[in-house]
Write a protein that binds this ligand. Structure first.
Ligand code: FEO
Length: 124
């Protein structure tokens, strides 16, 4: 899998566009949630918020893939589930390595995996 550049500061930009408004709006929130953990590594609420918005987004995206009978759903869902298993174990104080992992995972997941469904889902 290609490894993509992590934005610094950690803010969504147009290179992450899927052109599904719901997905792009979710992704903006995910970037913000990870950046909040970066800025407040001792905050249980920032970690909880990050886990919550990730789970909600994955659920939304999986429903959209399912509604479109997208063939890559099972493999894609595995990646979501694996990431959730990892971040659900994160405790404060969050280590720099864990924050870097989350930042890199999201950037690469969007560009290597989410981008595969571009043009194939139903919602605009
Ligand atoms: Fe947008 Fe597959 O996460």
């Amino acid at each position: 899998m290609a490894s993509h550049k992590v934005p610094e500061p950690y803010v969504w930009d147009e290179s992450f566009q899927t052109f599904y408004a719901r997905v792009d709006n979710d992704h903006i929130v995910l970037f913000e949630a990870i950046f909040d953990v970066h800025n407040q590594p001792n905050s249980d609420s920032a970690v909880g918020h990050m886990e919550g918005v990730m789970a909600a987004h994955f659920n939304n995206e999986e429903k959209m893939m399912s509604a479109a009978d997208y063939g890559g759903l099972a493999e894609h869902k595995k990646q979501h589930d694996h990431f959730m298993n990892v971040i659900n174990e994160i405790r404060t104080p969050v280590h720099v390595g864990e924050i870097t992992f989350c930042k890199e995972w999201l950037v690469n997941h969007i560009k290597n995996t989410d981008f595969k469904y571009k043009g194939l889902l139903l919602e605009n």
